[in-house]
Design a protein around this ligand. Structure first.
Ligand SMILES: Cc1ncc(C[n+]2csc(CCOP(=O)(O)OP(=O)(O)O)c2C)c(N)n1
Length: 306
């Protein structure tokens, strides 16, 4: 278990979502001693906070990818606020666990988690997609503290993660690597080359988490490219495979714990989720894959997320 001092942001407040009110997050920060991990109830609240940030950020930017950010809020919350060994005041700490966001368009979710964890001020979130901002539309590991991989071109994160995981073996370090993939992303052949390699090299310090929200950019996954049976595919590639409800924090935490005990093979978790989760009119709504909420949408969404 990892204990650390953390900058804690008081309750986020997006009182209404008019263009004006989105200009600043009413948050102040102070240095307090905090013990991680958060409890399930605290994580449930944190996931909601991340969702509020995602809505506010994309609405203010007028662009971005809210749907696939909202679907993975519990997965990312479980990692950053319970499971990962990390230190926001030392983002390049060599022994940190690595989180690789392979579906780089879900950058708003990652930024929200990093800000809430204390990597940078929450206020910076509202600079999403502005020129010279550290909050670019797709992740850039050279400018944003806590971002491990520059992503956006899908299909590459698992290969990248395996490289980092093998480096741990060479360097005799015990950190672990967690890669978040989209299910549409699993259409990419490179994902399966990486899957074969990880099993072949017995990379047991890596976990691939597939955000199985069943939608991708322009349709349901079963219409665009039917990857079922997805869990069986990972299993047949010789990965220890665990299916979870990706909105159930207890199940996610249990799966991450189980993965730690698996030796000699990598672990894949198929996390069944809903795209746009948490906002009624965004759930399973393809329109919000890559479209920001309007100010009116955001106002409604933030009310639902109170
Ligand atoms: C190599 C590559 N091809 C196409 C795209 C365009 N693109 C962006 S998001 C997306 C759909 C991804 O679907 P999924 O992985 O399921 O993401 P999620 O639904 O979780 O947002 C596509 C095809 C891309 N970013 N990279």
């Amino acid at each position: 278990m990892h204990f650390r001092k953390q900058r804690v942001n008081k309750k986020s407040s997006y009182p209404s979502a008019s263009a004006k009110s989105l200009s600043a997050e009413a948050t102040s920060s102070k240095e307090v001693a905090l013990a991680l991990p958060l409890s399930i109830e605290e994580m449930e609240r944190k996931a909601k906070t991340l969702r509020r940030h995602i809505i506010a950020m994309t609405a203010k930017a007028g662009s971005g990818h809210p749907g696939g950010s909202l679907s993975a809020a519990e997965i990312v919350t479980a990692l950053f606020f319970n499971h990962l060994r990390h230190n926001p005041s030392n983002p390049r700490w060599p022994d940190r666990d690595r989180f690789v966001l392979s579906k780089g368009h879900a950058a708003p979710l990652l930024y929200a988690a990093l800000a809430e964890a204390g990597y940078f001020p929450v206020e910076e979130l509202l600079t999403l997609r502005q020129l010279d901002s550290r909050m670019q539309g797709h992740t850039d590991m050279t400018i944003t503290p806590g971002v491990e991989m520059s992503a956006g071109a899908l299909g590459q994160g698992l290969s990248f993660g395996i490289g980092i995981a093998l480096a741990a073996r060479l360097d005799r370090r015990d950190y672990r690597v967690y890669v978040l993939l989209g299910d549409g992303e699993c259409d990419e052949g490179q994902v399966w080359e990486a899957a074969m390699a990880a099993a072949h090299f017995k990379v047991d310090n890596i976990v691939a988490i597939v955000d199985r929200n069943r939608q991708q950019i322009d349709g349901w996954t079963y219409e665009v490219m039917d990857t079922e049976p997805l869990a069986e595919k990972w299993l047949s590639f010789r990965w220890h495979t665990i299916e979870v409800n990706g909105h159930d924090l207890s199940q996610i935490i249990a799966a991450l714990g189980e993965a730690k005990l698996v030796k000699g093979k990598p672990t894949a978790s198929i996390a069944h989720t809903t795209k746009g989760k948490g906002v009624s009119f965004m759930e399973n709504n393809l329109d919000f894959h890559g479209r920001a909420p309007t100010p009116e949408d955001a106002e409604r969404a933030l009310k639902e997320l109170e």
